[in-house]
Design a protein around this ligand. Structure first.
Ligand SMILES: [Zn+2]
Length: 192
């Protein structure tokens, strides 16, 4: 399972400081009372940001691994929340996925992935973020009732520009993190 980690570093500094080496899991999420023999299980690499690793533990009683997801990283999706947000914002600004595809995945880029992959990747991000924003609108209805499930609308409601909307929302919805869909929350979805 994944547990959210309020890591003091984001993005580049997370990698240069090798922040995962200093991560501490205060208590086993399955056995908060302790005594289950929780042990450190090293770390695993994320595809992006390059060089980033996620610290992991093992609970022998539950026979399950527990990883600490730094709060700036997307859950079950490549990259950071800010990167996911940039893709969704580009689609909202362009008006459609097809209108945004060249801006998000330039065909002449060194790491061009081809149009079908680019469209699939963008649609997956748009769909997942929309589901998460709909959930936040419900979970935090007192604050976000009537706000459209777009990063543009949530950014306006928060008084924030693009780049920090999703990270901020994750923080505001922290106590619902297990019920919130990925990439913001940690609720596993069948396919996303
Ligand atoms: Zn345990």
């Amino acid at each position: 399972m994944q547990v959210l980690w309020k890591c003091p570093y984001a993005d580049g500094r997370y990698v240069t400081e090798r922040a995962w080496e200093d991560a501490i899991l205060g208590a086993c999420p399955f056995h908060p009372e302790g005594g289950c023999g929780l042990e450190r299980l090293g770390s695993y690499a994320r595809v992006a940001p390059a060089g980033a690793r996620v610290p992991r533990w093992w609970c022998p009683r539950q026979r399950a691994s527990i990883s600490l997801l730094p709060s700036f990283l997307a859950a079950r999706m490549t990259g950071t929340l800010a990167e996911v947000e940039a893709v969704v914002a580009a689609v909202e600004e362009a008006g459609s996925v097809s209108a945004a595809v060249d801006a998000v995945h330039p065909p002449e880029a060194d790491d061009a992935i081809g149009l079908p992959c680019a469209l699939r990747s963008i649609r997956r991000r748009v769909r997942a973020v929309r589901a998460a924003l709909v959930a936040i609108g419900t979970l935090l209805a007192g604050r976000f009732a009537g706000v459209a499930p777009t990063v543009t609308a949530f950014g306006a409601a928060l008084g924030l520009g693009f780049g920090s909307v999703l990270v901020t929302l994750r923080g505001l919805a922290e106590r619902h993190i297990g019920a919130l869909p990925t990439p913001l929350g940690l609720r596993a979805r069948g396919r996303g």
